[in-house]
Design a protein around this ligand. Structure first.
Ligand SMILES: NC(=O)c1ccc[n+]([C@@H]2O[C@H](COP(=O)([O-])OP(=O)(O)OC[C@H]3O[C@@H](n4cnc5c(N)ncnc54)[C@H](O)[C@@H]3O)[C@@H](O)[C@H]2O)c1
Length: 353
């Protein structure tokens, strides 16, 4: 059996803890070697819960120590590009949480550095490793429902995300923070790139939650046209008072596939006439996608051990970022936006015109 892959976790917040748990308890082929976290109290709590050999307050210091082969980056979106680039330059393989970065220029810089360094880059699109999503994709590939005509994907997240994650300037907003998974999955399931998007957003709860961030929205709906001619929609609600909800419906020329359901556990409770029947639903994304997080890490480790490319990488991350940028422009300018506009703008900015 090959030696376990030693992993440095960068960022010990909500997502970081999910991955630390996988590395500590569920994956013998990997080991949590060290944790990097800028907030001392968060670092101390994480180190107490997830024993490892060393802790650092910067990635730079961890890279100097260097006793690991891979990094898992679970920091806020606006930090992804510098951290991923530094890790790649040091020859470390990277599991990078979604959204890949804030801009296409940042995505391109990450992809170029990773290629030059010859390391593997996997994006944290764990839904691709969820057993139901994976089987749905296989059945579409096998032609069971015929050519996809309409794909409807929803992600409704429970609590209010951290301040950085609801600000367009540091996260690209909810369409990125919550719906990146939908953007990636509809493109994957449609086997086609998005061509044009039209987004509407609304702010129902911001005032009640004390959020005055410019352009904050808690509700979004996007219509999408794919290059293949297929149509799609993404809906987002966050904070969503009833729990965590992620479902997809794919209508093909010959049939329909539905992924996920509102009911979270095979349990029903009936106590009294007033409360009636209660059917538990998922409370959090960590609960709904528990297996997907473990399986994505397992895939990442296997890619390093066998030197094979991860099946969800930089290009996929870049497409999701481009889609979010197009949808954000769409609601800000109140018009449908072609993805080609976003790509053309990047070329113009890149040449300084
Ligand atoms: N795949 C998923 O389902 C999923 C779920 C939640 C979050 N995420 C993603 O994970 C990332 C983190 O989100 P979160 O909700 O865990 O955020 P968070 O704010 O809870 O945690 C981020 C942590 O990173 C730390 N940090 C910031 N800059 C750092 C740096 N330079 N070096 C080391 N640590 C640093 C912060 O102090 C904080 O503790 C985001 O990209 C988010 O979109 C993915």
């Amino acid at each position: 059996m090959p030696a376990p892959i030693r992993v440095c976790l960068v960022g010990a917040g909500r997502a970081g803890k999910v991955h630390a748990r996988t590395l500590t308890h569920y994956l013998p082929s990997a080991r949590l070697a060290c944790i990097v976290e800028t907030i001392p109290e968060v670092l101390a709590t994480a180190a107490a819960e997830f024993p490892c050999e060393a802790v650092f307050s910067t990635l730079e210091a961890a890279l100097e120590w260097g006793q690991f082969e891979a990094v898992v980056i679970t920091t806020p979106t606006f930090t992804h590009a510098p951290l991923a680039i530094a890790a790649a330059q040091a020859g470390k393989h990277i599991l990078l949480e979604k959204p890949m970065a804030l801009t296409l220029a940042e995505c391109d810089a990450i992809i170029a550095t990773v290629q030059r360094a010859g390391v593997h880059l996997q994006l944290g699109f764990m839904r691709r490793f969820d057993p139901e999503f994976e089987i749905a994709w296989q059945r579409i590939q096998a032609g069971e429902i015929g050519r996809p005509m309409l794909i409807k994907s929803l992600s409704h997240g429970p609590g209010l995300p951290p301040p950085w994650a609801r600000d367009l300037r540091t996260s690209n907003g909810m369409l990125a923070e919550v719906n990146s998974h939908d953007w990636d999955c509809i493109r994957w399931l449609a086997a086609s790139d998005p061509q044009r998007v039209y987004a509407e957003v609304a702010n129902f709860k911001g005032a009640a939650y004390g959020v005055d961030t410019p352009h904050f929205y808690d509700t979004a709906i996007v219509n999408i046209r794919f290059e293949s001619g297929a149509l799609g929609s993404i809906s987002g609600v966050c904070p969503c008072e009833y729990g965590y909800d992620a479902r997809v419906e794919i209508i093909g020329e010959r049939g329909i596939l539905q992924i996920g359901q509102l009911q979270g556990q095979a349990l029903v409770v009936c106590t009294d006439r007033e409360r009636g029947l209660a059917i538990p639903i998922y409370r959090t994304w960590a609960q709904r996608f528990a297996w997907a997080y473990i399986r994505e890490m397992e895939h990442f480790v296997q890619c390093i051990q066998h030197d094979t490319p991860p099946r969800v990488g930089g290009e996929d991350g870049r497409w999701a970022v481009a889609s979010v940028l197009a949808a954000t422009r769409s609601f800000l300018e109140e018009r449908p936006v072609f993805l080609s506009e976003v790509f053309a703008e990047e070329v113009t900015q890149g040449t300084g015109q």
